[in-house]
Ligand binder design. Structure first.
Ligand code: ADP
Ligand code: MG
Length: 552
């Protein structure tokens, strides 16, 4: 038997690990599983290259637990390790890299997000003892048993292991014992292991027998090793994308569109993003995108990693170039991650442009739901805004949709105001501003509908971006400045009738002077009396509403 001291020079880092990385202890399971997956994939790669000719056998990774004894065991049938490899990869590399990592980030602990993990080392966040039973795939390999009790001392001895592969036995400490409970393990597997690329078994399939659910002797596979994003877009149909969405968000409504990302140069990236359908008045949920590294879940908090507006989308991004074992601040400044980000933005814009060109009808049908994403993107990301100019739509009060260019074409002839300035009229509330809209229309002007959550901000942006165009909300002041085009309006009411009407309405309104009652020169389909709220009063009202603010 070999005994030794793990190469930790400055201090015993076990207590530090426990202290510093307390936020997300649960990632230990992901780290152990991802090592089991790596070991299995490595063996498969060797087999493909003809360097392993033995029997592959069943490579399912198995998890077992003993809640009473506070033990979790993870067994794989991957490449295994020889005694020398355990010494090298576990005693030296895993431990010293963890040490370096901690040294580097000691002053920056807050930014080490627990879920980015520290590989094998993370196991010590939750255990009082970790054991490795392993046997390498190599022909003459002997089994090895390594154990370490959360101090720099370890033991390494020969062990008569029959099967190739590795069992990691985690003896949880008192504080962490709940991780050995079946429900807790299932919860963690659902979060971290759902799409691991190798089958993972935990527990047994169940079936109904005499009114009861009972275990069968069939292992329960808890993951889908071939999720949609790992397949070629050509092999998938619309339905597969919807099914995958359901797999990710079982309670969600069908998404509006999907975007399948599939890049292999200059970096590797796969994934499927969805424009979710937001139910009326429900806030958009941010951070629904899940970030994976080779099908291992990293985080679903992608803020700061992808452009702001993409955090409104749903779906999965998977890239081996997004490193697992780093801190969040590192990820944010990583140049690969930045490239990935801008690439995704471009892809999203391209895909929208394609749908717009190929199926404008569908695009228009979904526009009302899609609009908030595109506007948000344009408001927060200049590059996206540049691309989106081609397909962002404006909708008028007749329910017709236009691109910028089309709209410009439509109004350029006769939509200037008395100052000869091209004016875009819009309404923020079709019902409240009905009379203004009608009047503008009767003067031959088109009115846009801008009643969305972001429309006010969007209009501001358009005014800045589009030269020589102004946007005006239809109200009395604005209407005054419009050029009357058809002057064929004669009231159907006599002068006397008109004079009698006004007091009837005025008597019912507050007497603070904020409302003006007038009987207009009317055309046939307009109403005989117009009540106008003064622009000043309206602004005051808007301002008090603004206190509630935009909330997303
Ligand atoms: P990483 O996975 O990033 O290489 P880890 O700290 O998770 O770092 O693991 C360190 C090393 O220990 C691995 O690179 C691998 O060589 C070895 N190892 C860990 N778990 C296993 C396993 N189940 N089977 C074979 N080798 C393993
Ligand atoms: Mg690892």
């Amino acid at each position: 038997m070999q005994k030794g001291n793990i190469g930790v020079t400055t201090e015993n880092i076990f207590p530090i690990i426990k202290k510093f990385l307390y936020s997300d202890h649960e990632i230990f399971l992901r780290e152990a599983l991802s090592n089991a997956v790596d070991a299995t994939q490595k063996l498969k790669a060797l087999a493909r290259r003809g360097e392993f000719e033995g029997e592959m056998g069943d490579t399912t990774i198995r998890i077992s637990n003993d809640a009473e004894k506070k033990i979790i065991t993870i067994s794989d049938r991957g490449i295994g390790m020889t005694a020398e490899e355990v010494d090298k990869y576990i005693n030296q590399i895993a431990f010293s890299s963890a040490n370096e990592f901690l040294d580097k980030y000691k002053d920056d602990v807050q930014s080490i997000i627990g879920h980015f993990g520290l590989g094998f080392y993370s196991l010590f966040m939750v255990s009082e003892k970790v054991e490795i039973y392993t046997k390498s795939y190599k022909d003459d390999a002997r089994g090895v048993h390594w154990s370490c009790e959360g101090s720099p001392e370890y033991q390494l001895e020969e062990y008569d292991k029959k099967e190739r592969g590795t069992d990691i036995v985690i003896h949880l400490d008192e504080e962490s014992k709940e991780f050995a409970e079946e429900t807790k393990i299932n919860e963690l597997l659902e979060k971290y292991a759902k799409f691991l690329p190798v089958p993972v078994a935990f527990g047994k399939e169940q079936e109904w027998k005499e009114d009861k659910m009972v275990d069968t002797d069939k292992d329960k596979i808890i993951n889908n090793p071939e999720p949609a994003w790992t397949k070629k877009p050509a092999d998938l149909e619309e339905k597969d994308y919807k099914d995958f969405y359901k797999e990710l968000y079982p309670m969600g409504e069908d998404p509006l569109f999907h975007i399948h990302l599939n890049v292999d140069y200059p970096f590797n990236l796969t994934g499927i993003l969805y424009f979710p359908k937001i139910r009326n008045n429900i806030e958009i949920q941010k951070n629904k995108i899940q970030l994976y590294c080779n099908q291992v879940f990293v985080t679903d908090s992608v803020e700061g990693i992808v452009p702001e507006f993409l955090t409104l989308l749903h779906g999965v991004i998977d890239s081996p170039d997004i490193p697992l074992n780093v801190s969040r601040s590192y990820l944010q400044s990583d140049s690969n991650v930045k490239k990935i980000s801008s690439h995704i933005t471009k892809k999203v814009a391209d895909r929208l442009n394609d749908i717009f060109k190929e199926d404008r009808k569908q695009f228009e049908e979904k526009w009302d739901d899609l609009k908030i994403f595109i506007q948000y993107g344009m408001l927060t990301d200049e590059k996206f805004a540049e691309r989106a100019k081609n397909f962002v739509l404006l909708k008028n009060t007749d329910g017709k949709y236009f691109t910028f260019d089309e709209y410009k074409e439509l109004i350029k002839e006769d939509q200037t105001d008395k100052d000869k300035k091209l004016v875009h009229l819009y309404t923020t509330n079709k019902t409240e501003q009905y009379t203004f809209i009608e009047e503008a229309k009767s003067k031959g002007y088109d009115v846009l509908e801008m009643d969305g959550q972001l429309d006010v901000h969007f209009v501001n942006k358009l005014e800045t971006d589009l030269e020589d165009a102004s946007f005006k909300r239809v109200d009395a002041d604005v209407l005054d400045k419009l050029i009357e085009k058809e002057v064929s309006k004669e009231s159907k009411l006599s002068d006397e009738q008109q004079n009698n009407l006004v007091p009837v309405f005025r008597g019912r309104l507050p007497e603070d002077g904020s409302y003006i009652v007038s009987v207009e020169n009317l055309d046939e389909d307009a109403l005989p009396v117009m009540i106008t709220q003064s622009e000043f009063m309206r602004r005051m009202k808007d301002m008090s509403e603004m206190q509630g603010g935009m909330n997303m």
